[in-house]
Design a protein. Structure first.
Length: 251
């Protein structure tokens, strides 16, 4: 079954970690996939090779998501190269631990620049293509956007804003486009490291969260990918939703 056959998906920040898993899941479902990267060119090239092994078209596009001009250029290039755009997954994000009283203005602005403004600008640039295709937008939020983490105030606030952006876009872009959000909790990317909903590596000390999770484990990138596939292939009527993928950690 390839429910996304003949569709084109764009996944930001998908050279590695969670974003790569999302891109590969979409390719396995038949979608042609474009990914963006900023500094991870070698990883992006390897990921594109893996995507093409699924028998789909794939390409990697350098993009500085902090730059409106770079975003517009990238979206136009993807739409031109693939001929259409059906699905946008705003995955790219940054994560940082910092005491609230020590967060600087540049740190605060950088967090919002990537985690909140970039999805807004990318969605805005992709809007005409997605409208034409009656497409979908899936934002990758975070459990931190729902629960306050005192040593991650700028991160949590940026993700909470992304959740609200999901809701407002779902109303503004309806009825042509559905807009939803997947909010991961602690996601293990390999045996030694864990990630947040941004796909940024933290340390293995977060394994203790598994003991606090009702499902008694941390999540995997595949858990997040399955949630993305639900919004990518499920009823277009579902919109404006935040789907937690945290094993019940947020309860």
């Amino acid at each position: 079954m390839q429910p996304l056959k003949h569709q084109t998906a764009l996944v930001t920040g998908a050279a590695k970690r969670i974003g790569k898993a999302l891109a590969l899941a979409l390719a396995a479902s038949g979608a042609d996939v474009a990914i963006t990267y900023r500094e991870s060119q070698a990883e992006a090239e390897r990921t594109v090779t893996e995507l093409r092994a699924h028998g789909v078209r794939a390409g990697g596009y350098p993009c500085d998501l902090r730059s409106p001009e770079s975003i517009r250029h990238m979206v136009n290039a993807v739409a031109s190269d693939f001929g259409r755009l059906d699905l946008l997954v705003n995955n790219a994000g940054i994560f940082e631990t910092a005491a609230l009283e020590a967060i600087t203005v540049p740190q605060w602005d950088a967090m919002f620049e990537t985690n909140t403004r970039a999805p807004f600008l990318t969605s805005q640039a992709a809007l005409p293509h997605l409208k034409a295709a009656r497409g979908r937008i899936i934002n990758i939020g975070s459990l931190g956007g729902v629960h306050p983490w005192p040593t991650h105030a700028h991160y949590c606030t940026s993700k909470a804003a992304l959740h609200m952006l999901t809701a407002t876009m779902s109303k503004a872009f309806a009825p042509e486009i559905s807009v939803n959000c997947v909010a991961p909790g602690m996601i293990v990317t390999n045996g030694n490291t864990s990630t947040t909903g941004s796909g940024e590596e933290t340390t293995a000390e977060y394994e203790h969260f598994a003991q606090r999770t009702p499902m008694r484990r941390n999540g995997t990138p595949q858990d997040v990918a399955e949630a993305v596939l639900f919004f990518a292939t499920g009823p277009h009527f579902i919109t404006g939703q935040i789907l937690g993928v945290d094993g019940g950690l947020g309860l």
